[in-house]
Design a protein around this ligand. Structure first.
Ligand code: ADP
Ligand code: MG
Length: 330
């Protein structure tokens, strides 16, 4: 009898680990439905939500939202503070995705990191989209070969995703092109708000497919064209800030690489050196952990410069854009 009881207890514990959002005190069926519709469909996502967002979405008072989040944090075990040891533990789970070019991989410490945002910025034709397509192909290959053995999510804002290029790059790596294409999920974003919504919904797709790479190409083009003029700058930056944090949250929760592209604008204040500065100002700059500036050079060559890394020295690598994809430049 005693033995049986023990088994029951174990089952209870296992069950507790599979809590749904309805198990949170204060979340009834109607609230749960609203939360789910907005992409908050597990405890972890509620644990890291802001009270205001949660209140806006579900129509409950902000005070009640605070309580729900506190309960979710307890279950999901997310404290506000982590010890250095805990962070080190999480860092140990970081995976690296190869760009396909050894020199560029070395520049960024072995590849693009999960749990971080890596931004590639440069002028038109500097190779940003080519690199994104290459990363998408590489992500599908096994971890031992520099991939993530994962599916890929691409938010395409400029309609530049080309399956034909994916097929070329997949063939060059001896991959089955059809299988590779099946693992790449592309969503076209028609405007800035749509783009934000797609990033919020990324978690839903991650429940169905093992997504370890989320690409936004381009991060800023819609924001740049829709929010013009001084009067709309504050709103633009606020939306971009929210979007960047949604992306980072996805990267952290799903241990995924976040790769984004950004354009440059000529900065008239710079008279010496390279006058090109990335769009999005401090908001993008502070949230992206790695920033890589791409410059055109001769004959398909591009110079990639690492800027602002938290622990790597600044430096440059040369890559070449070829029909087969991204290779070392020399
Ligand atoms: P961005 O996204 O930065 O505007 P792209 O990634 O679209 O730029 O880069 C375009 C460049 O990529 C072209 O100018 C060319 O050098 C290279 N490229 C594109 N397709 C191919 C291909 N099939 N073979 C070789 N190089 C290519
Ligand atoms: Mg492009």
């Amino acid at each position: 009898m005693a033995k049986e009881k023990k088994i029951d207890d174990t089952e209870d514990l296992t069950e507790k680990k599979n809590l749904t959002i309805e198990d949170l005190p204060g979340v009834g069926e109607a609230t749960a439905d609203k939360l789910r519709e907005n992409g908050y469909d597990d405890i972890m996502q509620i644990a890291v939500a802001s009270p205001k967002d949660l209140a806006d979405i579900s129509g409950i008072a902000e005070g009640a939202a605070v309580k729900i989040i506190a309960a979710a944090r307890k279950y999901a075990d997310v404290g506000n503070f982590e010890t250095g040891e805990e962070i080190l533990q999480r860092r140990k789970e970081v995976l690296k995705l190869s760009t396909g070019a050894q020199g560029l991989d070395n520049l960024i410490g072995g590849g693009l990191e999960t749990q971080s945002i890596t931004e590639f910025f440069g002028e038109f034709g500097s190779g940003k989209t080519q690199i994104m397509l290459q990363l998408a192909v590489n992500a599908t290959i096994p971890k031992e070969q520099g991939g993530l053995d994962s599916d890929v999510l691409i938010i395409d804002t400029e309609n530049t995703f080309r399956p034909e290029r994916v097929i070329q790059m997949a063939r060059a790596r001896n991959l089955d092109p059809d299988e590779t294409l099946k693992r790449i999920h592309v969503a076209r974003a028609y405007n800035a708000h749509h783009q934000i919504l797609l990033a919020e919904k990324a978690a839903e797709i991650a429940k169905e497919f093992p997504i370890k790479l989320l690409i936004v190409d381009s991060l800023t083009s819609h924001f740049r064209s829709e929010y013009v003029g001084r009067g709309s700058l504050a709103e633009r930056q606020q939306l971009l800030n929210k979007h960047m944090h949604d992306l980072l949250k996805f990267g952290t929760i799903y241990n995924a690489v976040i790769a984004v592209t950004n354009q440059v604008s000529a900065n008239p204040a710079v008279f010496f050196g390279d006058p090109m500065t990335p769009i999005g100002g401090n908001i993008v700059g502070h949230t992206a952990t790695f920033r890589i500036y791409l410059r055109k050079a001769k004959a398909g060559k591009r110079i990639a410069r690492l800027i602002d890394s938290p622990y790597l020295p600044e430096g440059e690598a040369v890559i070449t854009l070829t029909e087969d994809g991204i290779i070392d430049g020399t």
